[in-house]
Design a binder for this molecule. Structure first.
Ligand code: DX5
Ligand code: ZN
Length: 234
């Protein structure tokens, strides 16, 4: 049976001055999950969405929230998101001393848990906690620099996804791989073939300004199918 690869639009790439309409536009395309970035300005020099904004978004949509925390204070934001009611909480390992503690806290609240890795962070840091994770989020750009057009996908993006997929398979796990950062029409087939299960879709795909959201979603689906086909015949 063919793998299901999901599209998670990154709301920080939408029209932030008309957020409720941006959400309705995502709903109209039949997407069921929104990628929501929480950046505290310390982990990375960026702060696209405030906490109160995210809380208000919760009240205007039933979309699932896939929350990606980029903060030096994971405890605070994890607890806030647990209270809010979200589908998945992903936090970075690089600035966290109590990784296992927060994985258990999220799981105890029946929320899917992911660990996020910056591009240069080796996947070996997941050695002991991978079986506890529903998802591993691989950042393919340096987090927080999404609006810096000079920030391109790292050259080792596909290899890192392949290595992560191999580690999951070798351990007989069903952990999902989420990729985030310049997931473009061109890079989708290679990332899917390498093992990506969820695509965070931003400025170079779902929110590509050259087409409508409907057209962008259709192009993404075509590229996903190409990647799955290449995976099947290899
Ligand atoms: C980066 C965020 C990403 C970002 C992806 O700081 O984690 O979710 O919005 O946007 P693109 O695809 O434009 O890099
Ligand atoms: Zn993200």
């Amino acid at each position: 049976m063919q793998r299901n690869v999901e599209i998670y639009p990154s709301i920080m790439c939408a029209d932030l001055c008309n957020l409720e309409q941006s959400i309705k536009n995502v709903e109209k395309e039949g997407i069921d999950t929104l990628h929501i970035d929480i950046l505290d300005g310390h982990f990375s020099p960026s702060m696209p969405l405030g906490l109160e904004t995210i809380k208000q978004l919760r009240s205007v949509t039933n979309l699932k929230f896939d929350v990606h925390i980029m903060s030096t204070n994971n405890k605070f934001f994890i607890e806030e998101m647990i209270d809010l009611g979200v589908e998945q909480i992903t936090f970075h390992i690089e600035k966290e001393s109590h990784v296992d503690r927060y994985i258990q806290l999220i799981k105890r609240n029946n929320i899917k848990v992911g660990i996020a890795l910056n591009p240069a962070t080796p996947i070996s840091v997941l050695d002991y906690v991978l079986p506890e994770c529903d998802t591993v989020l691989l950042m393919l750009i340096n987090p927080g620099f999404a609006t810096d057009k000079g920030e391109q996908q790292v050259s080792y993006a596909v290899k890192k996804v392949e290595d992560m997929s191999r580690m999951i398979k070798e351990r007989g796990l069903s952990t999902k791989i989420e990729v985030d950062g310049r997931v473009s029409f061109d890079s989708i087939p290679k990332l899917v073939r390498a093992g990506a299960d969820m695509l965070v879709a931003g400025s170079t795909s779902f929110y590509d300004k050259n087409n409508s959201l409907k057209e962008n979603k259709a192009i993404m689906e075509k590229r996903i199918a190409e990647g799955l086909h290449e995976e099947a015949i290899r």
